[in-house]
Design a protein around this ligand. Structure first.
Ligand code: GLY
Length: 359
């Protein structure tokens, strides 16, 4: 186990998940250990930790995979499982999975008997650099993403990079979008390092050094503002428009991966940043080109704009009628709570590079 110098939470890189989990469980000393997996991680990742003696089949629960199932029914099934199996306040829940099991399992643990400890063992790039770190837990509700939830930190986040070998290209790219976001709110050097990576470089091996760096960018923002009353909102870059893309795609029955929606959201929000905060156009064009090459372009058209706008109005980060954006005055210079008009937003969504491909 190699602890990262994170200040907001305990995060470690882990080469040998069996040994590291055994050590961690010994330290936490729970009365029972429960594991939450989804269909994917049950199949591909659980085998890598099943030799931990306190992990047993009868205390391992599997929920359906995918953000569609990050809902109250799945949450209730986890509460019921814990209750039926006699979990106490001194039991431990290990969330083995991507953003969905980490968010939902974290919320289940945070609320069961008013809170039991949990460990996140993220298995996707998205969960390693974002969802498993920083204490946001929750579920989707009433058609809105992460509508219900609480802040609660995991006892430990254990990052085993080799889990990335179980991921397909789209899921690797989805997580990479959050790394691009972290680089944009960090510094030009970090961004340049990411933008020289082509699709074939984005592999478990190629990413090993960059994942820790990305986690530490997030950690800096979370440490300064754990409850997101101020500068943590920088981490929402690309997400105000990105979440609307994601939610509308889901409503239309054509879900897109979170990171793809965020990547398209970053492109649109860099347009806004250029217009409102004079974000340098040369950098904007470079990032746009990179994102378009890697993720294509969103395929919403003008007939969708009102629906997207309505979704943005519901964003939990808004205050009153305003839609609150995090924009950039430059790389590493986030400006929070920027108010943008409907026309400005529509223009930003509508802009297409001349050399884009459709997705
Ligand atoms: N995913 C953004 C945050 O954790 O604040």
């Amino acid at each position: 186990m190699q602890p990262l110098p994170a200040k907001s939470a305990s995060v470690s890189l882990c080469d040998d998940p069996v040994t590291d989990l055994e050590l961690l469980i010994k330290k936490i000393s729970p009365d029972k250990v429960f594991v939450l997996t989804d269909e994917q991680t049950y199949r591909y990742c659980l085998p890598l930790i099943k030799d931990v003696p306190s992990i047993t089949d009868d205390r391992t629960m599997t929920i359906r995979s995918g953000d569609d199932f990050k809902n109250i029914e799945a949450l209730s099934s986890v509460w019921r499982f814990l209750s039926d199996k006699g979990a106490s306040r001194h039991s431990l829940l290990i969330n083995l999975g991507g953003g969905m099991p980490c968010d939902l399992g974290g919320f289940a643990a945070a609320t069961y008997k008013r809170g039991i400890p949990f460990v996140n063992l993220p298995t996707t790039l998205l969960a390693m650099v974002d969802a498993s770190v920083g204490g946001k837990t929750g579920i989707n509700f009433n058609g809105f993403k992460n509508e219900i939830g609480v802040f609660r930190l995991a006892e430990m986040v254990l990052i085993h990079i080799q889990f990335l070998e179980t991921l397909d290209r789209e899921n690797l790219l989805s997580g990479y979008a959050e790394m691009l976001k972290h680089a944009l709110i960090d510094k030009s050097e970090t961004l340049e390092k990411l933008m020289i990576m082509g699709p074939s470089d984005i592999t478990a091996k190629g990413l090993s050094g960059l994942v820790a760096e990305s986690v530490l960018v997030k950690d800096r923002y979370v440490e300064n503002d754990p409850r997101e009353s101020g500068i943590r909102k920088a981490l929402n870059l690309g997400h105000t428009i990105g979440h609307a893309f994601e939610s509308l795609s889901m409503k239309k029955g054509k879900p897109v991966l979170h990171g793809y929606a965020v990547a398209w959201g970053i492109v649109a929000e860099l347009q806004l940043a250029g217009e409102k905060l004079k974000f340098p156009s040369a950098v904007r064009e470079k990032v746009e080109r990179y994102i378009t090459d890697m993720y294509g372009h969103h395929n919403f058209n003008e007939s969708d704009f009102d629906d997207l706008y309505a979704l943005m109005k519901h964003d939990k980060k808004n205050k009153g009628e305003r839609i609150n954006f995090t924009l950039l005055a430059g790389v590493g210079k986030p400006v929070i709570d920027v108010d943008c008009s409907r026309d400005e937003i529509f223009r930003a969504i509508g802009v297409r590079n001349s050399d884009t491909t459709t997705n």
